[in-house]
Design a protein. Structure first.
Length: 171
């Protein structure tokens, strides 16, 4: 039997935020209830350099299989998460941002405003990285229906352990 996937949750912010801390705890609770192993929960400064440094350190040290980043994905002047991730990962997971916006349109009736919400995902050194933002309910729902169900296959694909559609190699 393989060990549970290791996940790190990171809040990307210029400072502490009770709202983001509460959302991060909700994400942690969802991941734990899905039988994933929480490595740790951290706050990362919203500068591209710090975001990339976190991803590099976590993946190069083989600390986690997955990083879930919350915050900083807007398109305001202080939002750097998408640029940091998209310009750094080796392979992007193109469908994640599209699926996130579809979730906003369908479940949260965001309509055309959904296109203003950015989310991204990719792989760096075998570590799968997700970055999303939005209202707390939207984040937790996205983790619940988009991230949690996809994690085992995403990690298997990122690490080369997926032989075929139905066969994941043991760790």
């Amino acid at each position: 039997m393989s060990s549970p996937l290791r996940v790190l949750v990171a809040v990307v912010s210029r400072g502490r935020s009770k709202t983001l801390d509460a959302v991060a705890q909700s994400v942690v609770d969802l991941l734990l209830s899905a039988s994933f192993h929480l490595v740790r929960s951290v706050v990362a400064q919203s500068e591209e350099t710090y975001i990339r440094q976190l991803v590099a350190n976590v993946s190069n040290d083989n600390e986690a299989d997955v990083i879930v980043m919350i915050g900083g994905t807007g398109f305001g002047p202080r939002d750097n998460t998408c640029e940091a991730i998209d310009g750094f990962v080796e392979r992007r997971i193109e469908g994640f941002g599209e699926a996130f916006r579809e979730l906003l349109r369908n479940e949260f009736n965001r309509g055309a405003a959904a296109m203003l919400s950015r989310a991204t995902a990719g792989v760096y050194n075998g570590c799968v990285v997700f970055a999303l933002t939005g209202r707390p309910q939207e984040i937790t729902r996205a983790v619940e229906v988009l991230i949690v169900p996809a994690l085992p296959e995403a990690v298997a694909r990122a690490t080369g352990r997926l032989l075929s559609r139905d066969s994941i190699l043991p760790r």
